[in-house]
Design a protein around this ligand. Structure first.
Ligand code: PNS
Length: 159
């Protein structure tokens, strides 16, 4: 049974993330979507809201677990006895940051390996921060986020 961790801020989850989840489920049996809770950052959505939104994006998908974690990713992976971490790559610009992060994690432990999956072309430019920016300014984000997220963004930034 191959289990993998898909960590991220998911503030909020986008269609790009959903695409990576689908691709990951083609190569692993179970996926833990792990929301990193950073106490030094003020997120748009609380960890609880983010968990709820992600669950609503994958109704009835028994191979997905949604969780939150604080602290180091490698410590959480060890605690969960998971050795594979999935990350999505959009454009070349993601590579540098991802390579740096994976290299640091490798120095912290050799028990975890990273696999990188390419987002589909239509999601290359989609990021949570750009989605927030569009939503805050009243734009239509339905192409970029799943319906449960769109609904919450509309409610959050209604005025
Ligand atoms: O969605 P993001 O913001 O690109 O995800 C980044 C994330 C949450 C995967 C990364 O910041 C992380 O792993 N945070 C947990 C703390 C940690 O282990 N930091 C060291 C990474 S080198």
């Amino acid at each position: 049974m191959r289990r993998a961790l898909y960590p991220g801020s998911f503030d909020p989850i986008t269609k790009g993330h959903v695409d990576i989840v689908r691709r990951a489920l083609d190569v692993v049996d179970e996926l833990v979507i792990a929301i990193a809770v950073n106490i030094r950052k003020t997120p748009t959505f609380s960890p609880e809201d983010r968990v709820q939104m992600i669950r609503e994006c994958f109704p009835g998908e028994a191979r997905i677990t949604v969780a939150t974690f604080q602290g180091l990713l490698v410590d959480y992976a060890r605690e969960q006895k998971i050795r594979t971490v999935v990350r999505g790559l959009r454009a070349v610009s993601d590579f540098e940051f991802e390579f740096q992060m994976a290299s640091m994690n490798r120095r912290l432990t050799d028990e975890v390996d990273f696999i990188f999956l390419m987002t589909s072309e239509e999601h290359f430019f989609v990021s949570s921060s750009l989605v927030r920016e569009v939503a805050i300014n009243g734009g239509d984000v339905s192409d970029f986020v799943p319906e449960p997220v769109e609904r919450r963004l509309r409610a959050r930034f209604a005025s």
